[in-house]
Design a protein around this ligand. Structure first.
Ligand code: GDP
Length: 297
């Protein structure tokens, strides 16, 4: 499971300071040094670590700790709050359009889990709102992608809109949204093409789809197993498309967690969901506070 190494190290570190009735500057210094190493080892972005440690240090040697009756506990509270803030603070929900359908565009590199996550998200929306979203197959470059989405649609008993591989993805996306309007669907989720690497053609096409359908959400799907690459990919897509949120996949793997801990700080976009397995119900809303509690024990 993700974060295991990081959780072990951080829990060891805070254990040492937990019961202290008096916390000296030296104690804080030692703790933050260990926290810093733990985060770097978990592959958290260097600059993110630096800012984080600075904030914790400032608060941990400040009045709020020194004046408290349980300074050790108070320091841990500071670490937890800052870890929560780092991952995004309050969990943000999916935007809903006041003029349905709500249009969700899924973007990401090939293999990140975009198509699977499209199915998972559709499943989640149906469970929550009891409405079937329309799935739109706009990845025409990988013919198997359309089949994959159609198979998912069958598994979930959900409609899939596709026009084969000969039609421009921008037109497919537009027609898909039109169809959702006609059907009075509440949501439409567009599965777009991915590439192995970020490239200009892909970004141009995604920008055109964005212009054409004016999505309420653009979710970037990133593979948490790819560590710092995931953070770079997120930065890149965000620069080009101004994404609205991130969905981290494969958190069930033994990822060190660096991506989860860096993406919000680097892009200022929230992680909205986490994929925790290959099955269609293995997705959960990403709650920074719960995640911080899990890491800090
Ligand atoms: P796409 O190319 O981005 O559309 O990626 P796919 O949806 O085809 O997924 C690529 C692979 O990752 C598939 O084998 C999926 O089953 C797998 N996958 C997707 N999400 C998760 C996840 O959260 N956990 C695990 N373990 N595997 C996942």
């Amino acid at each position: 499971m993700a974060f295991e190494g990081l959780a072990d190290r951080l829990q060891n570190t805070i254990q040492k300071i937990k019961g202290k009735g008096k916390v000296t500057e030296q104690d804080v210094k030692e703790m933050t040094r260990e926290v810093r190493l733990a985060l770097l080892e978990a592959d958290v972005n260097f600059k993110v670590v630096k800012d984080f440690v600075k904030k914790v240090k400032e608060r941990a040697v400040g009045q709020e700790v020194m004046d408290s009756l349980t300074p050790g506990q108070q320091v841990i509270k500071v670490v937890k709050e800052e870890l929560t803030a780092l991952m995004g603070g309050d969990q943000s929900k999916i935007a809903v359009s006041d003029r349905p359908p709500t249009v969700i565009m899924m973007v990401g590199l090939q293999g990140a889990g975009k198509t699977t996550t499209t199915g998972k998200l559709a499943n989640l929306l149906r469970k929550k709102h009891n409405r079937k979203p329309l799935l739109v197959a706009a990845d025409i470059y990988r013919p198997a992608a359309i089949n994959q989405l159609e198979t998912l649609g069958k598994q979930l008993s959900m409609p899939v809109f596709s026009m084969g591989t000969e039609v421009n993805p921008v037109d497919i996306a537009k027609k898909g949204v039109e169809q959702a309007k006609e059907n009075h669907d509440e949501y439409v989720i567009i599965d777009t093409a991915g590439r192995l690497h970020v490239d200009t053609d892909l970004m141009d096409e995604l920008a055109q789809i964005k212009d054409a359908v004016k999505p309420d959400e653009i979710f970037l799907v990133v593979d948490s197993m790819t560590g710092q690459d995931a953070v770079n990919v997120a930065e890149n897509f965000n620069d080009q498309l101004d994404i609205s949120g991130v969905i981290l996949t494969k958190l069930d793997g033994d990822t060190r967690g660096g991506a989860a801990l860096s993406i919000k700080a680097v892009t200022d976009k929230p992680i909205k969901f986490a994929g925790t397995g290959e099955k269609l119900d293995e997705i959960e809303a990403f709650h920074p506070e719960r995640m911080a509690s899990r890491i800090l024990g």
